[in-house]
Design a protein around this ligand. Structure first.
Ligand code: FES
Length: 150
């Protein structure tokens, strides 16, 4: 279990109103790279919400995770433009290079591989993102040149 000593600080940064649920989940996820069960229990208590509702919301949004993510997120865009320009091949090449499947995190906890829908850079399709940085015109061959993947 992660050290949750800063959880109180996160919770107290927002009013304890149910409407703050998603915002607080995003803050918790940003801090711990996932939503630890104990943090969700504290969150439910803070907002006076049923734990089942908190878990339901956590499971609904793709951007939220109940399992730890890697330190860096590698995202392959699977939007229409990227799909038409070979996103599947990029995904396959990334899986081979990183030795993890889409949706997984490496055993060392450094990288997670995810898919994302259009990131608004269709002219650069096919696109890969590493955290918030967009890399366009990727090919199965040139993905090995991306930072962190060399
Ligand atoms: S579909 Fe990939 S950036 Fe738009």
């Amino acid at each position: 279990m992660p050290d949750l000593h800063s959880l109180s600080e996160i919770l107290l940064s927002r009013p304890n109103k149910p409407v703050e649920l998603l915002a607080l989940m995003q803050l918790i996820q940003a801090k711990y790279r996932y939503l630890p069960e104990e943090a969700l229990r504290e969150l439910a208590s803070y907002l006076k919400l049923p734990l089942s509702r908190v878990f339901a919301v956590a499971g609904f949004y793709k951007a939220l995770s109940l399992t730890p993510k890697g330190e860096k997120l590698v995202k392959v865009c699977c939007g229409t433009a990227c799909h038409l320009k070979g996103a599947r091949q990029i995904q396959g090449a990334l899986e081979e290079k990183l030795k993890i499947k889409l949706g997984e995190t490496g055993a060392d906890g450094k990288l997670s591989l995810e898919s994302v829908n259009c990131v608004g850079a269709c002219a650069l399709a096919p696109v890969v993102m590493i955290d918030e940085t967009v890399f366009g015109k990727t090919t199965p061959k040139n993905i090995g040149e991306l930072p962190l993947l060399t």
